[in-house]
Design a protein around this ligand. Structure first.
Ligand code: UDX
Ligand code: UDX
Length: 458
């Protein structure tokens, strides 16, 4: 069967892999190829053990792989054969030179653009899937179209809004799909090609078309707003702990105002994940580069509050455990940056673990999916650190438990049994407010939650 469209995706990561699997599922008439420079990752995508854990993804890949979805390391061939190329290589925060620690590092993007140009013998549409600084498309078009091969490239922006842990659902039933292009006839034609892909399963009214700059900036802005809500409620959690107001009650009360809405108001130990911090710092850098100092400081404070919240958590543990955790066993329940993923990028747990290790605590980490990544994240720490898949064993002989990821399994553990196996007085610090605090207190635990008055026996 000849395919109606040949789609390529460069970058088989958290975004590229699931997104292309969904396109392949919904568009059997297209051939979808995903390539990556990381051969191991491609091998894993072709195996029974996919490189990322995402509920429902195995089924989608099983249905499509080998039919119209292919994972390959042959990047050049993939480029030659495709009419539409999605690029979802990573755009980490720059670690060197100008803008270090803030600006997006675009070297992989630019290298990829140059590779597309080098391997192309005909005109193509290049789709930005990676989150990029506003106006990147124009730089990319300049690189791609400055050629004497007689080939032309249109750069379209199609940011991905999926959240990890719910990627398959978010891709299948997106709130909206955003597609931005230049307003020229060529730009609009390219945009329509991309719109046509999503029309296979997304209702027309949920597909938004815009200028390429609005599309690029909307992605950064969406993440900044989401993170801002978390920092806002986390800042209030600090005030709740001082005043005996309860942050969950406050969030419930304000969330019922339809103008505010109930989502993303869960106070926590802090937000993590590969995007929020990176994208806000990128936004801050862009604002600075246009001389918008006040705007830059405003958004920067969202990241500062997040760091404050993480530090506050460690300080709170220390202060309540008689000002020392040295030599005390502390069990961390959860290491992933949120439940239902094995991803630990920017997880608050990394900072909490480091803070406790700096205080010479004996840290035991347990997590249903993230232990492999946790080991990598903390590889520089040799002393005082162990990993344990079983939460009961992790808590045995511990002075304290800190819940850092909202995994359902932690809600239903036998805490009576855990309490009896711990050193007394036993402490529990619920960094996600998922446990039944009163019940734990009556069992004998000293309970410290986010944004709530402590429940302690002394
Ligand atoms: C990435 C970006 O971090 C995010 O900003 C953007 O929105 C989407 O792409 P993610 O998919 O989570 O998100 O990144 P990651 O899982 O690291 O995947 C990127 C993949 O690109 C990696 O597998 C990497 O090997 C690959 N890559 C990187 C290439 O194939 N070629 C390169 O030149 C660089
Ligand atoms: C986010 C955006 O939601 C998604 O649209 C974008 O494409 C990528 O970045 P993700 O990082 O996968 O997705 O996870 P998300 O569910 O947004 O959670 C981010 C962090 O915020 C997690 O650490 C989570 O635990 C925390 N969080 C979320 C809170 O602390 N409180 C909340 O109310 C919601």
């Amino acid at each position: 069967m000849t395919s109606e469209k040949n789609i390529l995706c460069i970058g088989a990561g958290y975004v590229g892999g699931p997104t292309m699997a969904m396109i392949a599922l919904k568009c059997p008439q297209y051939k979808v190829v995903v390539v990556d420079i990381d051969r191991q990752k491609i091998k894993a995508w072709n195996s029974d053990s996919l490189p990322i854990f995402e509920p429902g993804l195995d089924e989608v890949v099983k249905k499509t792989r080998g039919n119209n979805l292919f994972f390959s390391a042959e990047i050049e061939r993939g480029i030659q054969e495709a009419q539409i190329i999605f690029v979802s290589v990573n755009t980490p925060t720059k670690t060197f030179g100008q803008g270090a620690g803030r600006a997006a590092d675009l070297q992989y993007w630019e290298k990829t653009a140059r590779q597309i140009l080098a391997c192309s013998n005909d005109s193509k549409i290049v789709v930005e899937k990676s989150t990029l600084p506003v106006r990147t498309a124009s730089a990319m078009e300049r690189i791609l179209n400055d050629n004497s091969k007689g080939v032309h490239f249109e750069v379209v922006s199609n940011p991905e809004f999926l959240a990890e842990g719910t990627a398959v659902r978010d891709l299948e039933f997106p709130d909206r799909v955003l597609i931005g292009s230049k307003e020229t006839p060529d730009g609009i034609r390219a945009r329509k090609e991309v719109v046509d892909i999503f029309l296979n399963w997304v209702p027309r009214e949920k597909i938004l078309e815009s200028s390429v700059w609005s599309s690029e900036l909307s992605k950064l802005t969406a993440n900044a707003f989401l993170a801002q809500r978390i920092s806002s409620i986390n800042s209030i959690s600090a005030l709740c702990e001082k005043t005996e107001a309860d942050v969950d009650e406050v969030a419930g009360a304000i969330g019922m105002d339809s103008r505010i809405g109930p989502k993303f108001l869960k106070a926590s130990v802090g937000f993590g994940g590969s995007c929020f911090k990176k994208d806000i710092l990128n936004l801050v850098y862009i604002c600075e580069s246009y001389g918008l100092e006040k705007v830059a400081r405003y958004w920067e404070s969202v990241v500062e509050i997040n760091e404050y919240q993480e530090n506050r958590f460690v300080q709170n543990m220390l202060a309540n455990m008689f000002n020392t955790v040295a030599g005390k066993k502390v069990a961390l329940f959860g290491f992933a940056f949120k439940a239902n993923t094995g991803d630990t990028r920017e997880s608050p747990a990394i900072y909490i673990a480091q803070g406790l290790l700096a205080e010479h605590a004996d840290v035991v980490i347990t997590d249903p999916k993230a232990l492999k990544n946790a080991r990598k994240d903390l590889k520089n720490f040799k002393k005082g650190l162990t990993f344990e898949a079983n939460p009961y064993k992790a808590a045995k002989g511990a002075h304290a438990i800190a819940v850092l990821t909202e995994w359902d399994v932690y809600k239903d553990l036998d805490y009576e049994r855990i309490f009896k196996s711990m050193v007394q007085p036993a402490f529990i610090f619920d960094g996600r407010n998922i446990l039944d605090h009163k019940r734990l207190f009556h069992m004998g635990f000293n309970v410290f939650a986010i944004g709530k008055a402590p429940l302690k026996h002394f």
